[in-house]
Design a protein around this ligand. Structure first.
Ligand code: PNS
Length: 159
């Protein structure tokens, strides 16, 4: 049974995330999506809302499990016997920090990190930019799955 994890904050999931998860789901038997809890970061969506949206948009892939975790990613992997972390790389600017984390993680428990080049259509995309553009009424319908688009509208109105 080949397992991998796609970790992140997913506040909210974008088409860029979804592309990486879908590609990982074709390479591995089971892909865990780990919604990592960072208590120092106030998110727009609650952890439960993020999980529900990810479950909805990854449902048809058939081999994706979505869970939240408070702690180190390496401990999430150890507890579930996951040997590989899959991360999307959007640009060279992502590389420095991702390399640091990959080297830290392999040093901690031996878990490997595999980098997948982001689809160029999404190389500029981030959850933060999506929220900023949506907040000011910009069109993000091509950048997020439709359940996310619908969930964003009432959230941003509450702000
Ligand atoms: O979507 P993000 O916010 O860019 O994802 C970053 C994330 C959550 C994958 C990263 O911060 C992480 O792995 N956090 C879990 C805590 C941890 O293991 N920290 C040590 C990293 S070497």
């Amino acid at each position: 049974m080949r397992r991998a994890v796609c970790p992140g904050s997913f506040d909210p999931i974008t088409n860029g995330h979804l592309d990486i998860i879908a590609r990982a789901s074709r390479l591995y038997d089971t892909v865990y999506v780990a919604v990592m809890i960072n208590q120092s970061k106030q998110g727009l969506f609650t952890i439960e809302e993020r999980i529900a949206l990810i479950e909805e948009v990854t449902g048809e892939l058939g081999n994706v499990r979505v869970e939240s975790f408070h702690g180190l990613l390496v401990d999430f992997c150890k507890q579930r016997e996951i040997p590989a972390i899959v991360k999307g790389l959007r640009a060279v600017s992502d590389f420095d920090y991702e390399l640091q984390m990959a080297q830290m993680n392999i040093g901690l428990t031996g878990v490997e990190t595999l980098f997948v080049p982001t689809n160029p259509a999404y190389s500029f995309l981030s959850s933060s930019l999506v929220k900023e553009v949506a907040q000011w009424g910009g069109d993000i319908s091509h950048l997020v799955p439709s359940p996310v688009l619908h969930a964003l509208k009432p959230k941003l109105r509450q702000r």
